[in-house]
Design a protein around this ligand. Structure first.
Ligand SMILES: [Zn+2]
Length: 229
């Protein structure tokens, strides 16, 4: 048993022979992977630890395995529609006899290395970032057919025209005013009540501002209140 992974061979393995990595912490998006497998086929092998006379344990690709399991045996009845026409599902080829299996790279390593591989394979993907311009350019070559990319049209539109940052909003609209967060009163009244409101507040210092008129009315109401005994 070596302290680093040693490649043994590549093999097609039925899912019932594979063991998910015990305690895998990543919760992947199985639906996106399934869409990709249907459209693109299994382009990457699972990385599987072979233990002599022991189980085959999936170190990397656990969610690809889950997606293949979710597809299930037989013809899924789904097709792939591309700009060039309709073709079979990239997983089952619409064959009724298809049995769930995965192409696997078998490696040998010790327990500690197996754990490290499982952890870093998830972590390294999380730590990556994007060159958004490069991403937008790549997506632009797809003729708005984003199936099997994990992106929707709405995602792409957000990449092309991201929502403005708070700084940009402040540049456009100025810094927020303290009264931006004040409550707004809005209610329906009969026309005569509105006329009465305007009549009673005609001497408000700023008659063009209903908020001023309302405060003026409150002041008047307060000044005529009966003193509390
Ligand atoms: Zn299928």
């Amino acid at each position: 048993m070596t302290e680093q992974a040693t490649y043994v061979r590549t093999e097609t393995v039925t899912l019932d022979q594979l063991t998910p990595y015990p305690g895998n912490a990543k919760r992947g998006n199985v639906e996106t992977i399934l869409d990709s497998l249907r459209r693109n086929g299994q382009y990457r092998s699972l990385v599987v630890r072979e233990i002599p006379d022991g189980p085959l344990i999936v170190l990397a690709g656990n969610h690809t395995m889950q997606a293949l399991a979710a597809h299930g045996p037989g013809d899924c009845g789904k097709h792939v529609t591309t700009g060039r026409g309709i073709r079979p599902c990239g997983i089952c080829q619409n064959e009724p006899s298809w049995e769930p299996h995965a192409r696997c790279e078998l490696v040998r390593c010790d327990e500690d290395t197996a754990r490290r591989i499982n952890i870093v394979d998830n972590r390294a993907a999380d730590l990556g970032t994007y060159d958004n311009d490069a991403l937008v350019e790549l997506l632009s070559y797809l003729d708005e057919d984003y199936e099997g990319t994990g992106y929707t049209e709405a995602d792409v539109n957000l990449l092309i025209a991201p929502p403005p940052s708070l700084e940009e909003l402040a540049d456009t609209y100025g810094d927020p005013e303290s009264d931006d967060f004040w409550p707004v009163l809005k209610f329906k009244v009969p026309p005569e009540t509105r006329d009465e409101f305007y009549g009673l507040t005609i001497n408000s210092p700023n008659p063009n501002d209903d908020a001023e008129r309302f405060r003026y009315l409150l002041d008047r109401a307060r000044s005529t209140e009966e003193p509390v005994a």
